[in-house]
Design a protein around this ligand. Structure first.
Ligand code: CP3
Length: 351
């Protein structure tokens, strides 16, 4: 069994030379796979996240099918909140829905802490995955304070995040108290995963792009830094920091303490590289919708992402956001093959 800490994926995250560009897909496990839908039949989303056997199998499915360079734990950003005791559910086709929204200081005070025991099945699944993956690295993840707060404050998915921003702008102490609690929960969740053997972590701040750079710096960055720096003190694993629509925030997201910054499809990777410090690697950024286009378009755009990625210290190929539910798994498998072949040739040309 090879050492996942020396895998192509982890080396690329660290900006070290690799024989090819590693690739994985956000949301690679899930509804686009028929074998996933079969396993999940009659089992609720959050229930499945607390069954170690299901988590293990669902995490392995895309690794077998696509030959990706990393696995990502099957779980959800709201799972630690649920496990700690927050009354919430994931409604199919909607997303996380919270029974009682958190909008005042008294609501924040009622938020429970996450104890490692609350997510014991997650630790069990990570341990069995490390064995089953035989050297393929496992990515652990958590939701960042802003994105988690948005679900709690809005009480469900939101496009505008208006109530979340209203809390931020109108009651700064309560906002910071909430974000600090969520940072501690995210950090505790990541620690459990890393302790059990995860080789890297990704902090999902999916909705941070809703904020201006000034507001991100003032209200969000300090709390995301608590999570990312907390992990740095805990273990030597690469930290990926990702959000959507974050072109104006990339430098700040690196500043929060990332080794790799995830970029969505709106910004070419070479432009993202110009906005980031030399010390960080990039992850991304094929438009998830490209998967639905005829193969020549997929080919052209995949090559373009790879070419722009060569300007970075390290590049992890990914989509700019998660796999769309109706994606054809065969196209994703072909993209993995293409990324491997093309990038191996690039390395030969450069050498
Ligand atoms: O990437 C992977 O393969 C790992 C699994 C994973 C899930 N959620 C499984 C899931 C990951 C990394 C997440 C993170 C997550 N969850 C994020 C951040 C990433 C992003 O998309 O920006 C967010 C915002 C959530 C919250 C959430 N959970 C949403 C918006 C939804 C979709 C609701 C719907 O049905 O449209 C979920 C549910 C969810 N999480 C599903 C999966 C596979 C679908 C539910 C199902 O299969 O029944």
């Amino acid at each position: 069994m090879s050492d996942p800490a020396e895998s192509v994926f982890v080396r690329a995250c660290r900006g070290q030379r690799t024989p090819w560009t590693p690739v994985w897909f956000m949301r690679q496990a899930g509804r686009s796979l028929p074998e996933y839908r079969a396993l999940r039949e009659g089992v609720g989303m959050l229930e499945s996240c607390l069954r170690a056997d299901l988590v293990t199998e669902i995490t392995l499915q895309p690794v077998r099918r696509y030959g990706v360079d990393a696995a990502i734990l099957f779980s959800d950003i709201v799972l630690p909140l649920k496990a700690a005791g927050v009354d919430l559910d994931i409604k199919p086709g909607v997303g996380p829905v919270v029974a009682q929204p958190i909008r005042r200081a008294a609501d924040v005070a009622r938020l429970p802490d996450l104890e490692p025991d609350d997510v014991q099945p997650v630790a069990d699944a990570v341990r069995s995955l490390v064995t089953e993956l035989r050297g393929t690295p496992l990515i652990g993840f958590a939701g960042a304070p802003f994105t988690l707060a948005s679900y709690l404050v809005e009480s469900g998915p939101s496009r505008e995040h208006a109530r979340t921003k209203a809390l931020m702008y109108g009651d700064e102490p309560t906002w910071h108290a909430l974000a600090e609690r969520l940072a501690q929960i995210a950090l505790a969740f990541l620690r459990v995963q890393v302790q059990a053997g995860a080789s890297a972590v990704q902090l999902f701040d999916s909705w941070a792009g809703a904020l201006s750079a000034a507001d991100y710096a003032r209200y969000v960055l300090p709390h995301s830094r608590t999570v990312l720096e907390g992990i740095r003190h805990f273990a030597d694993v690469p930290r990926i920091h990702f959000g959507v629509n974050t072109g104006e925030l990339l430098g700040l997201m690196a500043d929060a303490g990332a080794d790799v910054v995830g970029v969505d499809w709106r910004l070419p990777l070479d432009e993202a590289v110009r906005r980031l410090p030399d010390s960080v690697a990039v992850q991304g950024n094929l438009d998830p919708a490209v998967v639905f286009a005829p193969w020549p378009a997929v080919l052209e755009r995949t090559r373009d992402v790879l070419r722009r990625g060569t300007t970075a210290r390290g590049h992890v190929f990914n989509l700019g956001h998660g796999v769309l539910p109706d994606s054809d798994p065969d196209v994703l498998a072909r993209i993995v093959e293409l990324v491997h072949e093309e990038s191996a040739t690039q390395v030969q040309d450069a050498g």
